[in-house]
Design a protein. Structure first.
Length: 203
């Protein structure tokens, strides 16, 4: 016989997330989670404490596990005089809230790391279109990469550049470039490289 689905909880009355600590309140129930990292959200055995009327139940819970959530809910319900489904619904809501906060933090970080590029001037646009129309486009890009200090065989440099600019496509390319035999100097280059002074900006 299949188990009844977990009921959906109403929105909490209070949500406070500071550093690695999260505090959420539903009426007289207060949940406190410690060791939560929104940068790399992981629910592996997070300390969860639920308080009610001066009493508390604390345990380390794997919130990603339905069985672990149910076990915690049943223990908390017995100790605090609650209905286990109510506690379990709150735990599911906590997961959803933390995941939403994680998405917000990631979007904020992306806006800081990858700010919106400035618009091209008319002259820059003309230069870019003329550059893209060159019959020796790949060779010109390879030469610019060489001036930046990216040395090595021609093929891998061209392939890596094409992979980096394919982010504009509906299905971007991907690849792993390895040297053989291994480079004893241990040199590596990140992709995409910064634009060369002689190359137009590519956004």
């Amino acid at each position: 016989m299949s188990e009844a689905p977990t009921p959906k909880a109403a929105a909490p009355d209070e949500v406070a997330i500071e550093g690695r600590k999260a505090r959420l309140r539903w009426g007289d129930l207060v949940y406190t989670l410690r060791g939560v990292s929104l940068a790399i959200l992981s629910f592996i055995r997070v300390p969860v404490e639920v308080e009610r009327a001066g009493q508390a139940h604390l345990d380390r819970v794997d919130l990603s596990s339905a069985r672990a959530r149910r076990r915690f809910s049943e223990s908390a319900a017995r100790k605090l005089g609650l209905e286990a489904p109510r506690v379990e619904a709150h735990l599911v809501a906590i997961i959803e809230i933390l995941e939403e906060r994680e998405r917000e933090e990631l979007e904020k970080t992306e806006r800081l790391v990858f700010p919106k590029p400035p618009a091209l001037t008319d002259d820059e646009r003309r230069q870019a279109l003329a550059y893209l129309a060159r019959p020796d486009l790949l060779e010109a890009i390879e030469a610019d990469l060489g001036r930046l200090g990216y040395v090595g065989e021609s093929g891998p440099k061209k392939i890596a550049y094409l992979i980096s600019v394919s982010r504009k496509l509906p299905a971007p390319l991907a690849g792993i470039l390895r040297s053989w035999p291994p480079n004893p100097a241990g040199r590596a280059a990140s992709w995409p490289p910064p634009p060369a002074s002689g190359s137009p900006r590519v956004w």
